[in-house]
Design a protein around this ligand. Sequence first.
Ligand SMILES: [Zn+2]
Length: 429
Amino acid sequence: MGVALVIGLVGAPKALAFDGFGDAAADSTYDVEIRFEIELQGGAPDRLELLMRTPFTETSFVTPVEPDGDAAAYVWDTSIEHATPNTLVSYQWRATVGDEVVLSPEETIRYEDDRDGLDWQQAQLGEATVHWYGDAEAQARRFGELTAVGVGQAEDLSGTRLAGPVDVFVYDSREDFFGALGPGAREWTGAAAYPELRTIFMWLGGGSPEYLEVAMVHEVTHIVFFDATDNAFHEPARWLNEGIATWSETDDAGDQRGIVQFEASGAGLFSFDAISEQFPIGERGGQLSYAQGTTMVDLVIDRYGREAIARIAAAYREGASDAEALEAGTGLGVDELYADFYAEFGVDPPEPIAAEPIAPSNVDRPAAGEIDAGGVVGGPEAPPDSAPGERPGEDGGRAMPPLLLLVLAGLAAIGGVVWVARRGRRRSA
Ligand SMILES: [Zn+2]
């Protein structure tokens, strides 16, 4: 009797405790939110977390979620944390009860661009699914045909096959297009590829019909090259990626060679190491980066054959560095290859520029003891790593000069843009 009572007491709270996951659901509204919901059978676990992952990310984003009785919800505020349309988000709920961990089955939600007025229609053309709204069907179908052309060329060049289907979204208005690309998009972008999403965005106002057709081939080449070089270690040099995509537009360096020639006799050329990660933001720097990449690809193909590109891609797949991949393709040490490039334009390879030494501070600092309760910014008593803005009470009751406020607001805006750009996913223009 006594024993039965004890068992009953131990067992009784279990009836109210977490006993497994019920139905999971997810829904999204573009530029507003992605909402995840879960039923908790029997009540809340000790700890509840949501695990989210986007394509080609190695790790999950884990967030604790506070249950509300026998259910829980988490909202990803995409008005702040931008997500690119057509992103397939994988998610799983994780409950911990004591030492026991329970995972819900992994599910996915595709984050669709469902803004008002975008009555998407779609058609399948070979490997491409083209999406359009309004009366852009003819252009969309043409982009689908060009996808096949671009894929065929790029497969031939890289010696690999496209790894999966591609989505092409055709936007009519500038506002719709840049609303899809999100913060950080460059103003001159008329087309953009997100290889890890296998998605291309086109803007019909981005240029003439001829320009858009060339851009379509360029963007789909990025996706084939992404597949051809896929590895767990690093991305291929940006100049090479853009060089191959631009070269593929016309199967030669086209007018890119003239840009390099012009700059070689003027302000000078870039080091390839300087354009392996990012291109300069300015128009001249951006143009020259594309032009050098395209012209170098042309040189490699001209001297070592198209197979050189396939050898370079194969080396990347094995995890080669940029230098190792270029050497695998050409048989030349990378410095020699670079030197040959500059020699073709009659210039010496660029030399690194030494950093200017940082001069001693020329800011007048108040002597010790001068800081009153009102709090003067800076001074010897400030902790060594505290920024002025972090000091409590610093601007209490004081009016900040309007100009300073403007400067601070500007800095905050720049900081915000940089932050957003750093969090943005990879995009190839
Ligand atoms: Zn590109």
